[in-house]
Design a protein around this ligand. Structure first.
Ligand SMILES: *[C@@H]1O[C@H](CO)[C@@H](O)[C@H](O)[C@H]1NC(C)=O
Ligand SMILES: *[C@@H]1O[C@H](CO)[C@@H](O)[C@H](O)[C@H]1NC(C)=O
Ligand SMILES: *[C@@H]1O[C@H](CO)[C@@H](O)[C@H](O)[C@H]1NC(C)=O
Ligand SMILES: *[C@@H]1O[C@H](CO)[C@@H](O)[C@H](O)[C@H]1NC(C)=O
Length: 300
């Protein structure tokens, strides 16, 4: 059933492109990647915002109603891993903090999600706002770009040597504007990680600004058939703002692949390692032998 749905979706996307862009259809058709069907979803995007307590985010009028408005689920008992920011990002794609507890540049000689996605033919991308790749698409390991609006600490792929030292993989670490081209081309990656800049994610601004950014970003995507291709989008926060309270953060999962629970609430306890566990379960991937192994898979 899932397979059938994916094949139909790809055909529809191709047909739409034929109408919209006849001149380039032959090329985009040949470049289109094969979609590997998953148990729960065919595409997963995770978006990380910065530094907010669960109770404050859920009280925001837009965010507080987002799961219900899009027939998804609010995760009411979901936790970040640690403080400060960077180790949370590293842990989400690597399954461990690897002993790190700060925001300084790291070089990690360990496996990440990339190493288990690629053997199964699954495409992935990091979309980073205000990121500029190095020459030929090489990884730009600068700690900060665009007057500090892009920060390397929020782009965890750069910290893993198996990505940073491999230009083919670096070419999947792209400026966020590339997302709209990928969607139009029918090439939405099966796994994507979206890093808003320091204003949009709330880090240098506030909760209201982050909420307005989420609205402006997510509402058009939730109306875009080329994005809703059996897709799940998770929006979460890297960590709570206050260090002395439990590290609970607001998270929602929405999209056409999501099955809403009663009251659009999933009350199971999860943490950031559940993201890896769910992706591994969805596509029957190997695991990383880290905290992904025993993390709780999201209800589907
Ligand atoms: C990265 O940083 C170096 C050293 O500050 C600078 O020369 C270079 O232009 C930066 N690269 C980009 C793409 O901003
Ligand atoms: C670089 O990445 C590509 C694409 O993932 C992979 O096929 C290749 O084996 C990698 N090269 C090295 C030296 O790891
Ligand atoms: C958040 O920032 C915006 C833009 O600077 C400002 O207009 C608004 O009052 C701030 N909201 C709060 C709650 O501080
Ligand atoms: C997972 O849980 C099992 C059973 O409690 C334990 O033996 C194992 O060491 C755990 N694995 C990891 C990687 O934490």
């Amino acid at each position: 059933m899932v397979l059938f749905k994916s094949v139909v979706a790809v055909c529809l996307a191709t047909a739409a492109l034929t109408v919209a862009a006849p001149a380039s259809d032959a090329h985009s058709h040949h470049h289109k990647k094969h979609v590997v069907p998953g148990k729960y979803f065919d595409h997963f995007m995770v978006i990380l915002l910065e530094n907010e307590n669960y109770k404050d985010a859920v009280a925001d009028p837009y965010l507080g109603n987002l799961a219900k408005a899009h027939k998804g689920n609010l995760l009411t008992d979901y936790y970040a891993l640690t403080h400060p920011s960077q180790p949370n990002y590293i842990g989400i794609i690597g399954g461990s903090l690897f002993g790190f507890d700060d925001d300084d540049p790291k070089t990690i000689n360990e496996k990440s999600i990339v190493d288990i996605l690629e053997p199964k033919g699954l495409t992935w991308r990091e979309y980073a706002e205000d990121y500029t790749p190095g020459p030929g698409g090489a990884c730009n390991t600068n700690t900060s770009l665009g007057d500090g609006i892009y920060m390397r600490k929020h782009n965890p792929f750069i910290s893993y040597s198996t990505v940073a030292n491999n230009i083919t993989r670096c070419q999947n670490v792209v400026p966020a504007t590339q997302l709209y081209k990928d969607i139009a081309d029918g090439n939405l990656p099966q796994f994507s990680f979206y890093t808003p800049n320091m204003n949009d994610d709330g880090h240098d601004t506030n909760l209201t600004t982050a909420s307005k950014w989420v609205q402006s970003f997510i509402e058009p995507l939730m109306k875009e058939p080329k994005f809703l291709q059996n897709t799940a989008v998770m929006i979460t926060w890297d960590e709570a703002r206050v260090y002395t309270i439990p590290n609970q953060v607001w998270s929602v999962i929405i999209g056409d692949a999501v099955k809403p629970l009663a009251k659009n609430s999933d009350n199971t306890r999860y943490d950031h390692y559940s993201i890896l566990a769910t992706i591994e379960d969805n596509w029957d991937l190997d695991n990383l032998g880290q905290n992904d192994v025993n993390a709780t898979v999201f209800h589907w």
